[in-house]
Each structure stands twice: as structure tokens, then as C-alpha cells.
Design a protein around this ligand. Sequence first.
Ligand code: PLP
Length: 411
Amino acid sequence: MNTVLQPLDVTAIRRDFPLLSRVFHGRPVVYLDSAVSGQMPLQVIERMAKYEREEHTNVHRGVSTLSQEATDFYEAAREKVRRFIGAGSPREIVWTRGTTEAINLVAQTFGRMSVRKGDEILLSAMEHHANIVPWQMLAEEKGATLKVIPMTDEGELILDSLDELLTDRTKLLGVVHVSNVLGTVNPVKEIIAKAHARGVPVLVDGAQAVPHLTVDVRNLDADFYVFSGHKLSGPTGIGVLYGKLAHLEAMPPWHGGGSMIRSVTWEKTTYVAAPGKFEAGTPPIAAAIGLGAAIDYLATLGLDRIAAHEHDLLVYATERLNRIPGLRILGTAKEKASVISFVVEGIHPHDLGSLLDGEGVVVRAGHHCAQPVMARFCVPATTRASFAYFNTREEVDVLVSAVEKAIELFK
Ligand code: PLP
């Protein structure tokens, strides 16, 4: 059955984001940088402020009504995350500071436990540094090797190579769900199935996927799935590690301290069960509650309606940018999220970024924490526009005019 989606009421949505009414250099701001960090709606900011104003205390520590209430809000946010990604139990949801910390946690616990000298860790050619460096550090420590799944010039992973790259020595496969540079949506379900057929567990970096796609970790059968709150209309300082319970139970703790222990004597410490054993110290309580509020906010808009709106912007912007002579888009995969990286002949991406800034257009210029992707496409950097549910076609037009103006200046 084909259900017709009601389009988003973008005018109403934009009222939830006061930043969108700001003026930079005499021009209304056009925020096309949600891949770097999503904006938070007022509903999220106000929920966090309410906690700080009226509900603030520590969690899991007191018998007071105040403390129990804060613990309930904090744990309710964990439950919202569980539902949001389709995990089986809130015990599979570990709070972290973000995607980067979640991957480091897995590398330094699961990785240290399972990787030995001569073993291999398989990553894709389009990983963010967050899903490269922790594995490289582990490989150096253990005498293991990193191997790389190559990609095509369009920015699609060459999955046939998996038959050769997955070996008896492969101890983990790490893959990004949506590339932050190319926008490619990787077929992670298929990749996971191939890896599992060889007994290899898979970590999926979902930092750029959760804001755009409906994710079901059980359907994907991911062993680990990680993301950050701040890309999901939530605050910075909070992120999520989903891990299958069997893995989390087998993994040793990482950071030691308060909250993660069952008992401490001078002779020995015992630990609480997952996820608590990975959550030492006072957590970012307001941020966790804020992330829960962000998930609620996105649910009221509907992820399928968000995806449809962003797809429209992606198609429209791609079509308009492609008409500009000398402009080349990097990443032309069939399945793409609303991220467009491009280079313009004769203009350094940093110069272009500054010129766009002068027109009120906020984009990212640089290597996007993905230097191996830059090397693969033989560019030092790109300019990247990324679209969210509050962006409009008119804003795409402003971007296009600003790029055209920059090209005129450089003639
Ligand atoms: N992975 C991807 C694909 C990203 O885009 C990012 C951030 O840009 C990260 C990981 C790192 O996220 P964080 O800095 O929030 O830990």
C-alpha cells in the first residue's frame, strides 16, 4: 500500500529554531551545516533548562524524591533511545560523550579482548577519523593490521571485495552507515550478513545516519551501533553505544570510578552489570534528558516525512549545483543522504567557504575528518552543504547564487 506523506510544515518548524532568524553580514543566515552539528529546537533547550532549573541533582545515588525523579527522567531517555533504534533492551544502551568515545570504548574493551598479533581489522574507505584512529591505535598496540574495503569513483563500497578481505584473521569490521563526506548510504545490512557469515562482528558508525534514516539495529543485526546526540537535534556531550547484550556482558569495564561498581575493597572491586559498568562517574544528565526530548521532537515530525523533505532538497540542490560550470560533486552514489560535497575549479574550498559565509551561508570547508577520503578523490578539501528538515528550496537557491557570485569574483 502506498501511503501519501503529508509534507512537513517547514514555516512552523523554523519558528522552533531562533538561530534561523539571525543575520550574518547583513544577510539572513542559511544554515547548511547540519552534518557538522544539528541545531536544537526550543523544545529540547527548554526541556534541559527545566531540568537545570527545577529538577537538578545527581542520578542513581539518593533516596530523595528529587534524586529518584532525576533518575527516572534519565532512564526514560535511555528507553527512548532503545525504542528509537529498535534495540531489545535498555541494558544494551550505553551513554557516552559521543560517537568518538563510543568507538574508543569498543576498541579498548572488545577490541583489546579479541584482537591479537597478526589479526586484521577491516574498515571501509569512507570512514571518519573517529572510526579509523581508535582501531589504528589498537592495531599498533597488538601488532594487528588494518585492511580497507575500497570504493568506486561514485563513492560506493565495492562489496565483492569482501569475499577476499574477510579472512579467518578478521576480528572486527567497522563501517559508516552514511558517509559524512559523500552522503553515501551504505548497505550495512548486507555487509553485516556477509561479515557474520565469516563469524566477524560489525560496528556501524551511525553518526550521520540516525538524523535521516529509520534505524533498526535488530533488523540490521549490528553488533555495535554508535551515534552522537548533537547530530540528532540534541545537545553536545552525549552519545550512544548500542551493543548486543552478550557482547556488553563479555566486555571488561573501561573507565573506573563511582557508579560502575558493585563493591570496592582494597583487595578487589566488582562491577555492576552493563550498561552501568561502562558509565563511571556522574553522567551528563541534562544532555541525556535533552537527547530524549530531541527524539520526541523528531517523532512528532516523523522520520519518514523528514527523509522525504531532505531527499527533495538533495535532488533539487544536486540538479542546480550540477548546472554550474567548473563545479564537481564528490559522491554520486545511488543511495544518498542530504549531504553534498563539492569542489569548484580554481577556488580553494576554504576561500569558497569564506565567500559563502559573507553571503550568510554556513557550510563546512575542509577535510571533514576524513583525510583518506580526500586522498582517494585527490583533493585537499571540499566544501560541504548538508540539509536538515528545516531547510528550504529557497535556501538552496541562496547557496547556488552565492557559489555563482564566488566564481565571478575569481574569474
Ligand atoms: N562519524 C561520522 C560519520 C561523523 O560524521 C562524525 C562527526 O562529524 C563522527 C563520527 C564523530 O562524531 P563526534 O565528534 O560527535 O564524536
